[in-house]
Design a protein around this ligand. Structure first.
Ligand SMILES: NC(=O)c1ccc[n+]([C@@H]2O[C@H](COP(=O)([O-])OP(=O)(O)OC[C@H]3O[C@@H](n4cnc5c(N)ncnc54)[C@H](O)[C@@H]3O)[C@@H](O)[C@H]2O)c1
Length: 460
């Protein structure tokens, strides 16, 4: 990589005058910089590919050696990222991965894309962020830009990252530059790739903001600068709280309209013809994924420090987390009424185990909760998912690890008393599913959308 950068890294503390910000900006503008990505997961890997595709050199860092090995071998471990893409970047010499953090001195910018989950007590768990920052600190050198992309509460970059990075004597805004830019990646979204999504950027001081914008300007369609780190952190939470609250509203409306014999999906479809003042959100079996069920509680937690109660956010959380139980109640009711079957001993197939359509990510999937609740009621539950052949390990549902998807065929599907559609992957043949199943519980309106009807389909 860049020899002069290596030399600078060696001279981290020896009194060499710092490189002028204008010269670093020029390197970003000329795509001649090396960018380090910390955390090569669902966010970090697509971001690394996007930056490498723009002509930058990218060095990915991860503590997971298997991910590092796969990248260096030109293979992808994320369903919607093609191995070819990684192999092409490898061939072009623009993308490498390593577990060796001492190589952080080689990069001009360090972007953190590590997880920000909740603890068991539903409080922010910043362990990954602090550990990663601690592993950067010993190698931090003058002139480097450090950007946090992980979703978090306002104040994290300034109050958590900065003190750790300054431990070695370098100062933010003088020696290195600190920024926050929320990740808006939407895995599996064919319409908006990473590069096509505008990026909000906040910096600690004008130079940090200038540098971060200079980098992202070259990578994404548009950067949206805001005046502080905290404003940028709040933007991401605002977006995800907006989704959580609106999904909760759609779930509540589903319950009300169902009691009135009105189809909520028909209502939403018609309502969205209004060209202003309405935006469609859809009901479902509950929230899933790494973001929407988790991020709102980062704000709830931080708000307590200011004596503010986030009632709206918590109410949305309550409504959304009650949905799996509701789906299970409807399933048991339908088994009883339509099949004359008790839940105990009933054979139920959950269709779609990923938390949303067309991805292989099962984190926080409501399908897990639905399986757990059905099994508690004595049902024998299997799953079918065309994208997730085997359930990966998870903290919340470790007991499901290693279970395998049943195959999709008449004999395997017709052996079940009921099918519960949790995730509406496009590749599922809903016509066949309905033809082969005696009872279908559809939580996504997938059958109707696919033009498939039947007396034995129950919307839930
Ligand atoms: N997945 C999404 O769709 C999405 C969208 C927007 C924002 N986000 C946010 O982005 C952040 C990352 O999420 P993700 O889905 O990519 O997580 P992920 O679990 O898929 O990936 C995180 C990666 O970080 C690595 N890692 C953990 N500790 C590390 C360390 N100390 N040093 C280096 N690497 C380390 C892990 O091995 C893993 O490869 C989270 O804050 C999340 O809320 C996620």
């Amino acid at each position: 990589m860049h020899d002069e950068v290596r030399a600078l890294a060696r001279n981290q503390h020896n009194g060499t005058p710092p490189e002028p910000v204008a010269s670093i900006v020029a390197r970003f503008r000329a795509h001649q910089a090396t960018v380090g990505i910390m955390g090569l997961g669902y966010v970090g890997l697509p971001l690394a590919c996007t930056i490498a595709r723009k002509g930058f050199s990218v060095l990915g860092f991860d503590i997971d050696a298997s991910k590092v090995d796969q990248i260096n071998a030109g293979t992808s471990y994320i369903g919607h990222i093609a191995s070819d893409e990684i192999a092409d970047m490898r061939k072009a010499g623009r993308f490498a991965a390593t577990c060796d953090f001492s190589r952080l001195g080689e990069v001009d910018a360090i972007i953190l894309c590590v997880p920000t989950p909740l603890t068991r007590h539903r409080e922010p768990d910043l362990t990954y962020v602090t550990q990663t920052t601690e592993s950067i600190a010993p190698y931090l050198r003058r002139g480097q830009l450090v950007v946090l992309e992980s979703t978090t509460y306002p104040g994290t970059t300034r109050d958590v990252l900065r003190p750790i990075l300054e431990r070695g004597g370098l100062r933010s805004g003088r020696d290195f530059f600190l920024a926050y830019s929320p990740e808006r990646e939407d895995p599996g979204n064919a319409q908006f790739s990473t590069a096509a999504i505008p990026k909000v950027v906040g910096g600690e001081g004008p130079e940090a903001l200038q540098l971060a914008c200079a980098l992202y300007d070259e990578v994404v369609s548009r950067t949206v600068p805001v005046t502080s780190l905290e404003a940028a952190e709040a933007v991401k939470l605002t977006e995800n709280i907006f989704r959580s609250v609106n999904i909760a509203l759609a779930n509540e409306l589903k319950t009300v309209y169902e009691a009135m014999g009105i189809d909520v999906w028909e209502v939403i479809e018609a309502a969205k013809s209004k060209p202003f003042g309405y935006m469609p959100f859809y009901p479902g079996p509950g929230l899933g994924g790494h973001c929407i069920p988790i991020d709102p509680f980062y704000l709830t937690w931080k708000a307590r420090e200011y004596g503010v109660v986030t009632r709206f956010i918590e109410l949305a959380g309550e409504i959304n987390t009650a949905m799996p139980q509701r789906v299970v109640d409807r399933t048991i009711e339908a088994l009883n009424e339509r099949q004359r079957k008790a839940s105990k001993g009933a054979r139920v197939l959950v269709v779609g185990i990923a938390y949303k359509k067309n991805v292989d990510d099962t984190r926080e999937s409501p399908a897990f909760k639905i399986i757990e609740l059905l099994e508690k009621r004595g049902a024998e539950v299997s799953y079918y998912d065309p994208i997730v052949a085997e359930i990966p390990p998870s903290r919340e549902h470790a007991e499901f690890t290693g279970r395998r998807s049943v195959s999709f065929g008449e004999s395997s599907i017709s052996a079940f008393d009921a099918v519960v559609i949790c995730t509406d992957h496009d590749s599922i043949d809903y016509a066949k599913l309905v033809e082969w199943s005696p009872l279908v519980i559809d939580t996504r309106n997938a059958c109707a959308r696919g033009g498939v009807s039947g007396e034995h389909i129950v919307k839930a």
